[in-house]
Design a protein around this ligand. Sequence first.
Ligand code: ADP
Length: 545
Amino acid sequence: MMGLMQDRPLLISSLLTHVEQYHGDSAVVGIPCEGGAVHQSWADTARRARQGAQALARLGVAQGDRVATLAWNTHRHLELYFAVPGIGAVLHTVNPRLFAEQIEYIVNHGGAEVLAFDLPFLDLVDQLAERLPRLRHRIVMTDPEHMPAGRDDLLCYETLLAAETGTLDWPTLDERAASGLCYTSGTTGNPKGVLYSHRSTVLHAFLCCQADGLHLSRADSTLLAVPLFHVNAWGIPYASAMCGAKLVLPGPKLDGKSLFDLATDQGCTFSLGVPTVWIGLLRYLDEAGIDPALLPFQRLLIGGSAAPRALIERFHHAGVHAFQAWGMSETSPLATVATLLPHHRALPLDRQIDVLARQGRAMFGVELRIVDDAGQALPHDGVVTGELMVRGPWVLSGYFGGVGDAVLDADGWFATGDVARIDPEGFVTLTDRSKDVIKSGGEWISSIELENAALGHPAVEAAAVVGVAHERWQERPLMLVMRKPDQNPAAKEIITFLSERVARWWLPDDVVFVDSLPLTATGKLDKKVLRQQYRDYLLSAGTGG
Ligand code: ADP
């Protein structure tokens, strides 16, 4: 017998309609690329999104069409987050930090006919013009005063909106229709597109608003330090509309000073981003002599790559509840969140931080397991590591355009390419990406755990560990360290420090001091580059026997 409840579709437009009606006066603050600050309400955002939708429809954008963006976190980009899927089209956010060739590939593969971009990317767009043959319209996300002179070939975002009434009934769509498209950085092979649906997006937004999820609510003022082009800014724009949270969009400037000033000015209670952003923020505070206790945040989510324990600890000592979550483009992205269980709350702060420094537990809707090389399930005993597999209604079922063919196993599990252990309480500890695992004499060494240990040393600003060729053990760990300003520890001192924290055979064969470490377009350590650069380091140093 079927239930007799209404089958209303879960649509992104319904989030906007809700926020306008119930949280219309809640604020959206944006720093546009042309400078200054824009203060508007969620009601304004909803109206402008409808105008944007009308403008796109007038340009011929129809259901299923892709609209690409090359843009920072601004109020206009946020409006497109609703305008595009609202009319059944697909928002294809493209990371402007990628190489031009990668952008060309991604935009062409996504098939967009309209591209909306921020003014600073004009040169890039011009440079690519001939190589993006499908594009019919290029919209500059600015106002008429800042439009480049003599460019009749470009459309102005604000001029397009001004021509529309903002009166529009959002169409009723199939909730399984595509709403967004995001390409993974493709550390191996070409980038692959993940195609989100209205349903997966709305379900994911519920997760962000759960108390044991990201606890997002109307009480929050969120500083969006994760870009709108990085996996839907981890779902926060849609979740903010669901609960009416104030949203602060920092524009192109993600340096420590800009973030601190904006967060303080806007009373931000919550923020989220990759570890490098937070390391930059703390460095700024140190250099400027500002007490981190002046940070306005109550909660801070660190994700995208392993959050160093020492980083989480510093925020806690400043009164900020920093915690970690794990996910990937293929999981919308949130899958696990580290929250304390009741019995953890009685523990000393140090032990609580141990819990918050793990990748967290599965949220409802996400199923996890770890498997061995043969695909056999492994125990969740907190000891054995295996490849992490995931299943759920906001996990992909296949890549855009059929790239990579069938990506799920016979039981519907998606292999994440991450290596983890899961303890009996369900806490996931990620030990590596499978391609970063160091295989030394048949045993595995976790680069993440070594880096984490090194970051506990007071003179270490950043650390990366990669496996490099070794004559006897095939691979041995090599550690690259960026020292803090005015600090000068010797390699031996770092190794001694590590020897009190990790197994002896894990100790890096050498520590190399560097001025900077390469980062990917999403701000993560680029170990592929380091592996290439240092592949023969131990061999050529003559220590490889
Ligand atoms: P990209 O390759 O472009 O960075 P994603 O943003 O989808 O693509 O990256 C997802 C990957 O980032 C995960 O598979 C995992 O390896 C890593 N990651 C994400 N969150 C964490 C975390 N909290 N700890 C460790 N690694 C993480």
